[in-house]
Design a protein around this ligand. Structure first.
Ligand code: CP
Length: 352
């Protein structure tokens, strides 16, 4: 039977059951979707991230970090464009001592000679302890993680963005940024979150919505034109978690009530006919006049890259946290790698 057929059988199982496949000794071993992250896991990653940031400040600490995962090997298999995820993972890997290789252009690999993606990734796995995958195909990283287990290969797979599906490590760094902001303001629970833009295909927003839905007493406001509103999968998930959700096309109505605003761009790279490239989305842009409607104690986020969704004048507003997200990405990903390779005790011992 072709691998894809067996994978299809596996995909038909409930998500809860599938996710146990990506655990080892009761710990998460591969990163596929943000529904994997429990509140305890999140707290562990937040604490590890704080520790890594602190340790890395000194020369002695930075040198210690590079001993932790040496001489393991990390591979970045990025066949869809990326700046932040690629560079933050590269630097995170270097920070914790992984030796880094990359495949960015499949036309320069033997895929161009007709090698299947299955064989290609199996080869890559021979030179890697962990592979981060950024691909235009939804579900490809889960397929490869599944295959690695079928082949008996002890290699970790991290989904670094899978088509329109999910971007779980972006959700982790977003949650860390929100946690930092609300730490002295009652935490992530009990807040109102506004998501704006292409919520149908924006994988960063989708992963964050799944993640936040675990927190108590939160409300969500989904601001998008009808064709870019959240899909049935997210609607059903939010219903199941009893999250109050309002869908609307009016950004101005939502701005005064929300605590955290998550802006996104139109994901027109997935368009067949460039239809959204001609779409005027200016009603969903954040301008200084619109920011003036927001609470003083609120935050503005964006996974980036941006186009015109956020006026650059807003970069100077203390509520703008999207540059903070970018720098947090490297530390959160370093913390995640240390968690996956079970280095918490070593970090703790150094910090004492
Ligand atoms: N936020 C994000 O995933 O950015 P890149 O596409 O540049 O990696």
């Amino acid at each position: 039977m072709h691998w894809l057929d067996t994978f299809q059988d596996y995909l038909n199982r409930p998500l809860r059951e599938r996710l146990t496949y990506y655990q080892k000794d009761g710990r998460i071993s591969d990163i596929m979707v943000s529904q994997q992250f429990s509140l305890d896991f999140l707290q562990t990653i937040f604490d590890l991230t704080d520790q890594v940031r602190e340790i890395e400040k000194t020369q002695k600490g930075a040198k210690f970090l590079t001993t932790l995962l040496h001489p393991k090997r990390g591979m970045l298999y990025f066949t869809q464009p990326s700046t932040r995820t690629f560079l933050s993972f590269t630097n995170a890997m270097q920070m914790v001592g992984l030796m880094v290789s990359e495949v960015r252009d499949p036309s320069l690999s033997s895929e161009i000679k007709g090698e299947t993606i299955e064989d290609g990734l199996r080869v890559i796995g021979k030179y890697s302890d962990v592979i981060v995958m950024r691909t235009p195909q939804p579900g490809l990283s889960e397929y490869i993680a599944y295959l690695m287990k079928q082949w008996g290969e002890d290699i970790l797979i991290i989904n670094g963005g899978s088509g329109q599906d999910q971007h779980p490590t972006q959700a982790l760094l977003d949650a860390y940024t929100i946690h930092q902001f609300f730490k002295e303001r009652g935490g992530i629970s009990g807040k109102k979150y506004g998501f704006v833009g292409d919520l149908w295909r924006g994988r960063a927003a989708r992963s964050l919505v799944y993640l936040l839905s675990q927190f108590d007493n939160i409300e969500m406001f989904m601001v998008a034109p009808e064709k870019f509103q959240i899909g049935v999968d997210l609607q059903e998930h939010l219903e199941k978690f009893k999250i109050p959700v309002q869908t609307t096309t009016s950004l101005k109505e939502v701005l005064p009530v929300i605590d955290c605003l998550y802006m996104t761009r139109v994901q027109d790279e997935y368009d067949q006919l460039s239809e959204s490239k001609q779409f005027d989305d200016s009603e969903f842009h954040l301008t200084p006049e619109r920011v003036a409607l927001m609470k003083q104690e609120s935050m503005i986020m964006h996974p980036l890259p941006r186009r015109q969704e956020i006026d650059t004048a807003i970069d100077f507003d203390p509520r703008a946290k999207y540059w903070q997200q970018v720098s947090n990405g490297m530390y959160v990903r370093a913390a995640l790698l240390l968690y996956l390779f079970q280095q918490e005790k070593e970090l703790q011992a150094f910090s004492q």
